[in-house]
Design a protein around this ligand. Structure first.
Ligand code: MG
Length: 389
C-alpha cells in the first residue's frame, strides 16, 4: 500500500534524514506535502525532486524567491504558520512527519491529530508543553503517534504489554554528552564549539546543546510520560556512553527488554514510517562481538537540568512550558556566547521560581507561559551576565 507523507520541518536535520529514508524505501512512499522554516533554496531542491502537491514556507518573505526557482513545478504554495498548519492537515496525506525544532511543532501536532492522521513525531517540545492538554481534550491518541526519538522508538519497539499493569518501569538511556565526567570548573570553560561536537549522534545545534546539559533527557522523560502513560517514578534515566542500547522496558515479572542498534536517527524514522512492518534500511546493524556496554547513574550535581525537568513535570500545568521556553533562550544565549555553560540550568531554575503556575491550562495559557518564560529568561540572562562580567 502506498503511504503518502506530509513532512514538516523538511530542511532540518530530521527532515533531510526522513527524505533519505524515503529514498531508500522506494516508490511505495510518496511525499505529498512539504513545509520548511526559512531555507527556501533547499526547499526548492526538494520540490523539484519529490514533486509534492503542496509546499509551505513559514518565513514568508522568501516565498517569491522560492516560486521563481521552482517555476514550472505543479505545486500549490502556502506561507506562514497557517501554511504550515495546512501541510499538517493536507487531505491526501495519511502520515504526517512533524520534524521542526521547538514550540512551533505544537499547533501542527494538534492539526494533524484533529485531521485523523497518523503521526511520526520528532518534535518533543509539543508533548512536553502540551501533553497534558492533549490528554485532557482526548486528543492524545497513542495508537496514532509514532515517536521519532531514538529512546521512545526503542520503548515502543520493546513494549509488548497487553495491559499497562505489566510494566514496572522504563530506562531511558543517555549518552551523557561531550562533557560527561567534567567538574564545575572545567564546565565553566566549555565553548559552543566544544558542545556541538557530540560523540555519537548527528543532530541539530539545539538538541546537541540540550544533550550536553542533559536537558534533552529531561524533555524526553516528560515526552515518555505522555507517550506511554507512565508516572514519573516509573521513568529512570541511565547513562550509557556507547549509545547502542536506545532504551529498555522492565516488566513486573523481572524481564527487561532492550532495543539495540547503531546511533543513527534513520532507524527510528524508518520504524515510524514502515510500522507495523520492518524493511531493509541504509543503516548498518550493530555487531556485538568485542564490544562493551556500560550503564551508570546520572550525575545530578554537575548536570542539574535533568532534575529541573522532573520538577517541572511534577508541578504540571504551565510549568513544563516555562522549563522549555527558558531552556530555548538559555541555549540561544549560550550559542551566541553571552551565557556560560553552567549558567544554563541556573537561568532556567530562576525563571521557574518566578512563574505563577496555572495548574489546568488552556492552549492560550501555555502559549502565554512560553512567551513569558522566553522574555523572563532574556532578563534573567542579562542579570546573570552582568554579575559574571
Ligand atoms: Mg532522543
Amino acid at each position: 500500500m502506498i503511504k503518502r507523507i506530509a513532512l514538516l520541518g523538511s530542511t532540518g536535520s530530521i527532515g533531510t534524514q526522513t527524505l533519505e529514508v524515503i529514498d531508500g524505501l522506494g516508490d511505495d512512499y510518496q511525499v505529498v506535502a512539504l513545509a520548511a522554516g526559512g531555507n527556501y533554496e533547499l526547499l526548492a531542491k526538494q520540490i523539484s525532486k519529490y514533486k509534492p502537491e503542496y509546499a509551505a514556507l513559514v518565513n514568508e518573505k522568501n516565498l517569491e524567491k522560492l516560486k521563481t526557482i521552482v517555476n514550472g513545478e505543479r505545486c500549490q504554495f502556502g506561507k506562514g504558520p497557517e501554511g504550515q498548519l495546512l501541510a499538517a492537515r493536507w487531505p491526501s496525506a495519511d502520515l504526517v512527519v512533524i520534524a521542526q525544532v521547538g514550540f512551533s511543532g505544537f499547533e501542527p501536532l494538534i492539526a494533524a491529530l484533529e485531521s485523523g492522521k497518523r503521526i511520526a513525531l520528532a518534535n518533543k517540545e509539543s508533548l512536553v508543553i502540551g501533553g497534558e492538554i492533549l490528554q485532557r481534550f482526548g486528543l492524545l491518541d497513542r495508537e496514532r503517534i509514532f515517536p521519532v526519538d531514538s529512546e521512545h522508538s526503542a520503548i515502543k519497539q520493546c513494549w509488548t504489554a497487553k495491559y499497562q499493569e505489566e510494566i514496572a518501569r522504563i530506562y531511558i538511556t543517555a549518552s551523557g554528552g561531550p562533557f560527561y565526567g567534567m567538574t564545575q570548573t572545567e564546565l565553566q570553560k566549555v565553548t559552543p564549539q566544544d558542545a556541538l561536537k557530540h560523540p555519537n549522534w548527528q543532530m541539530g545545534p539545539k538538541i546537541t546543546i540540550d544533550s550536553a546539559t542533559m536537558m534533552n533527557k529531561g524533555l524526553e522523560v516528560i515526552e515518555a510520560k505522555w507517550l506511554f502513560d507512565l508516572s514519573l517514578d516509573q521513568i529512570k534515566v541511565v547513562i550509557h556512553r556507547q549509545s547502542i542500547v536506545h532504551s529498555m522496558v522492565e516488566y513486573v515479572d523481572g524481564s527487561t527488554i532492550a532495543q539495540l542498534g547503531m546511533p543513527d536517527m534513520r532507524t527510528p524514522i524508518q520504524y515510524a514510517l514502515t510500522y507495523p512492518e520492518r524493511k531493509k534500511s541504509l543503516v548498518r546493524s550493530y555487531n556485538p562481538y568485542g564490544t562493551t556496554l556500560t550503564f551508570a547513574e546520572p550525575d545530578h550535581v554537575n548536570f542539574p537540568s535533568l532534575k529541573l525537568a522532573f520538577r517541572a513535570a511534577e508541578a504540571g500545568g504551565t510549568m513544563p512550558a516555562v522549563l522549555n521556553g527558558a531552556n530555548e533562550v538559555a541555549v540561544e544565549l549560550f550559542l551566541a556566547g553571552t551565557l556560560i555553560f553552567n549558567a544554563i540550568p541556573i537561568l532556567i531554575e530562576k525563571v521557574m521560581a518566578l512563574h505563577d503556575n496555572i495548574k489546568i491550562p488552556e492552549v492560550s495559557d501555555v502559549i502565554a507561559a512560553n512567551h513569558w518564560a522566553r522574555n523572563m529568561a532574556l532578563e534573567v540572562g542579562s542579570v546573570l551576565r552582568e554579575r559574571m562580567d
